[in-house]
Ligand binder design. Structure first.
Ligand SMILES: [Zn+2]
Length: 224
């Protein structure tokens, strides 16, 4: 039990950092030098306002200074990060699979905020998947071919009319990582969640990447 609590805590701290990356981008200058602050009043956050989950609950989801609501995405990032870390099984866990989980979390947060995913995050995910396949001696000529198709697709985005730009990329990357069966299952889970979310929120356009990312939890469950 203690082990899972420690894992969840570490994961939620990483999840919180994922949220910072999703907001500020990967500019090292702002990530390391700019202290955490409230987006509304700009007040610097004290250490006790930075404890994952606990701070949000104690402050009842509001800034201590201006009482504006803290974005729910922050809480989502901490819970999701904690859940990714729970998959850690020493010593057999492939940490690259967990890294893909955290990259998906950053992409979900970007899609949630702006309905778009930066290309460098998709590139980093493709690179990590390649590394995972190579380390485990699974990389074949077929994987290389799929990656070439994926790179060509970047210059020929014909499907973007129906699907978000990153959605098809992610499905293709899932296919490379986990094969067609698990990918179909993950997409099915993601689509089911998207339909439910659509019914609840009634928004014209919904971010699909967070739904696909939840499908990745299923892939992790089956692979680990
Ligand atoms: Zn504030």
């Amino acid at each position: 039990m203690t082990k899972y609590l420690v894992l969840f805590t570490i994961g939620s701290v990483i999840g919180s950092f994922c949220q910072v990356i999703a907001i500020r981008g990967l500019r090292a200058a702002t990530l390391t030098t700019e202290p955490s602050h409230c987006d509304y009043c700009g007040n610097r956050l004290a250490w006790f306002e930075l404890v994952p989950l606990v701070s949000y609950l104690v402050l009842q989801g509001k800034c201590r200074h201006c009482r504006n609501k803290i974005p729910l995405a922050g809480l989502f990032a901490e819970v999701a990060g904690g859940c990714v870390a729970l998959y850690y099984r020493e010593p057999s866990t492939d940490l690259l699979l967990l890294l893909i989980g955290f990259l998906l979390l950053i992409m979900s947060l970007c899609d949630w905020r702006e309905l778009a995913v930066p290309n460098y995050l998709l590139g980093a995910t493709a690179f990590t998947i390649s590394a995972f396949l190579m380390v485990n001696n699974l990389f074949t000529i077929w994987h290389l071919l799929i990656f070439i198709v994926w790179l060509c697709y970047q210059r020929w985005p014909v499907f973007n009319k129906w699907l978000g730009e990153a959605d098809l990329d992610l499905m293709l990357l899932y296919g490379v990582l986990a094969g067609p069966t698990l990918t179909c299952q993950a997409v099915l889970i993601g689509s089911g969640l998207a339909i439910m979310a659509f019914k609840v929120w009634q928004r014209r356009q919904l971010p699909f990447v967070p739904c696909l990312a939840i499908g990745y939890y299923w892939i992790l469950w089956c692979l680990l």
